[in-house]
Ligand binder design. Sequence first.
Ligand SMILES: Cc1ncc(C[n+]2csc(CCOP(=O)(O)OP(=O)(O)O)c2C)c(N)n1
Ligand SMILES: [Mg+2]
Length: 600
Amino acid sequence: MKDTVSDFFWQRLHGWGVRVIFGYRGDGINGLLGAMNRADGMIKFVQVRHEEMAAFMASAYAKFSGQIGVCMATSGPGATHLLTGMYDARLDHMPLLAIAGQQARAGLGGHYQQEVDLLSTYKDVASAFVAQASVAPQVRHLVDRAIRIAYAERRVTAIIIPNDLQDEPYVAPPRQHGTLHSGIGYTAPKIVPYEEDLKRAAEVLNSGKKVALLVGAGALHATDEVIAVADILGAGAAKALLGKAALPDDLPWVTGSIGLLGTKPSWDMMNECDTLLMVGSGFPYAEFLPKEGAARGVQIDIDPSMLSLRYPMEVNLVGDSAETLRALVPLLQRKADRSWRDGIQKGIAEWWRVLERRAMTSANPINPQRVAWELSSRLPDRAIITSDSGSCANWYARDLKIRRGMMCSLSGGLASMGAAVPYAIAAKYAQPDRPVIALVGDGAMQMNNMAELITVAKYWREWENPRLIVCVFNNQDLNQVTWEQRVQEGDPKFSASQDLPDVPYHRFAELIGLKGIYVDDPRQLGAAWDKALAADQPVVLEVRTDPNVPPLPPHITLKQAKHFASTLLHGDPNEASTIAGTVKELLSALLPGRKPSKTR
Ligand SMILES: Cc1ncc(C[n+]2csc(CCOP(=O)(O)OP(=O)(O)O)c2C)c(N)n1
Ligand SMILES: [Mg+2]
């Protein structure tokens, strides 16, 4: 049989190194799936429960493998379901290719069933490249461009293929006017700034007495270089959420996370520094960076559009973070006075003690911080950790001490709920030998992570390392937003929008053939983690956590404190002594100018 467009399509993707795609079928992609079946395992098809999950997986696959992530859906509803996961990749600068089916060419424009104008639908998220194939000879360059652009610009691209075209015989572009003759292949260039710009940066960094670093996802491959520069400059370093694995937390000058989910040492360092070096980060919250004019700034980013966006930098360097830092090192002078760094280290040592005290504070029944704290010391080497959006992201950001060789990620820029389990599944394909741990709120479980446990049940037996733990924080509340409403708006909890039904997640796991562990006693928590980590199959570890432990920022403004006080006056449904006690204590620990209290 002569190759169809679909046979050729997969051969071309294979030529580009694609070995796995995440998707869900429909008659809009019948031709493509028929051809994939004929190709007999050339590319692995991972069947998800919902197309959005396929796109999250593709995004996470790119994050954990460094390769393009590919997802596929049928025309109409399948294609629109992909969108949120595509935006996840877009906002976190990941290369992702979405493949969507479309109705037959003859019917297009006819308000036909499942006909959606996908070029328009994808135009924003895949603005770097989106095209709908019309004829067979076009398919080759659509694949080549979509993948090359995705890699080169770290962008989302999309190819839409009408279903009747998928079954047509493949025709190579003839050698005639109006045809394209494209090829396969992309290797990233070495991008380093000019020497004179490096010298300008070095002048700023050498003049500073109190240098602060902020590293993000762009520094994940530059750990040694960041350490070298920070040591020379006697600097401390904060980590944006997506850069959590860029520096291990056992280095005494790493202040940990920054921002709403951040730490007090990061907050203090940014307020007191006189020089800021930002590396590969799009960290969004400017109020956590130095006050404009208070520090001289240098930024390194591979993407020029991210430069001088959060803080007006004096020197903006376009370059790969590792290469650029390496080129900077010989130009930097070692700071003889180490008192700035000593001060940072003292603050960090105290902060880890504060975190431990907070984690060990009793709660009803289990303090959610303790869930992350107990995991931290038990994290297996080379573990991959994912988190959902919700209060667990606070504990993930602050309490987990990451060691070298681990990886971790979440939906960062989009901060979407529903990403943790699909991210964990993708990790199994990107890094098959590693143990994976997902932290998830109960709301996020109910949204779609529960359904994706079925995907885990379907595939885990074929994984090289079947260890995958989904830790559910069951607090029967959309807790992160309950607290945001209280603190940011001064509103009481709105039960109608916040209360969640209680679901036995561990029993659901058992029902579908996974292991389930339930814990509602803090004394059993450590043993529960040990059991989950020792299991040779996927586990759902359900922990009954207290919604009255506030996931608040490391500092709280007086305005927010006032809002909160007015909340209590208005009468919050949870206005019990626990909540008042917990929060008052926390406020007293965190308000600027106050000393941390003893118990929290
Ligand atoms: C798709 C999506 N919808 C809504 C939100 C807003 N949001 C952020 S966190 C959160 C609550 C999450 O609740 P849960 O998963 O139970 O975690 P908890 O905060 O209770 O620990 C909500 C609704 C979001 N980030 N993403
Ligand atoms: Mg919850």
